[in-house]
Design a protein. Sequence first.
Length: 260
Amino acid sequence: MKYFFLFTIVFFLLMGCGSTDESTKFEVATADKTVNLAAHEGAPTCNVHLEISYATEENGHKAEIINNIIEKRLLNLQDMPIQQAADSFATLYTANYQNNLLPLYNQDQGNENKTAWYNYHYIIKTSTEQGHKGATVYHVYLDYYEGGAHGNSQHLTMNFEQSTGRQLMLSDIFVPGYERQLSAILQKALCEYIGVGSIIELKNQGFLHSMNMFPSENFILGEEAITFIYNPYEIAPYEKGSIDLTIAYSNLNNILTKNF
């Protein structure tokens, strides 16, 4: 009989452990708003389209932590429900578009080369995935045009600790003083990515023209490697596009923190 009770206890313990799911649950808040700059037919427009993933209430206190970080980073707002923040951002952005640009547009209506610059858009799409040790990797794909020769696209990331929801920074992953060695590793990786053998050759192709290599806080904590993302203009001219450099954790052992 005692073996039966022992088996029952072990069974329920295993079932309980097996059913525990600590992964962060997300839903998506959307906002879509389009306004005309002027009243006449064919006037320029501004479109704001947002798809913002947010942590749901079932995640407890860490949902509040994660969502406040997302709101502040993406919408420059804080301490309100994500849906309300998305709606507020779309309304404010389009109102500023009309108020600030209408006087300028009225002056440029006869110049066809300039009037096309007044068709604005601001688009955010997001997604999430599980990363190293259960961390949640939060991806942001930003596309916007606010006048000028071309639009801009950026891939932004945040990494949230599974247990607390706090955002993980490079200082949480690497030991103090890591910057110099990690920069050298990244510069070597950039040379391999471009297919050159030296910093001089990199500069000749437009990379690191007026700066030194640096570890980007825009990174992805993958299962086996960390990927550093450099958006246009960060380490090279716009036409070079976005550069992703992936470094295996096994090549970073001497600068990773013991906990990591």
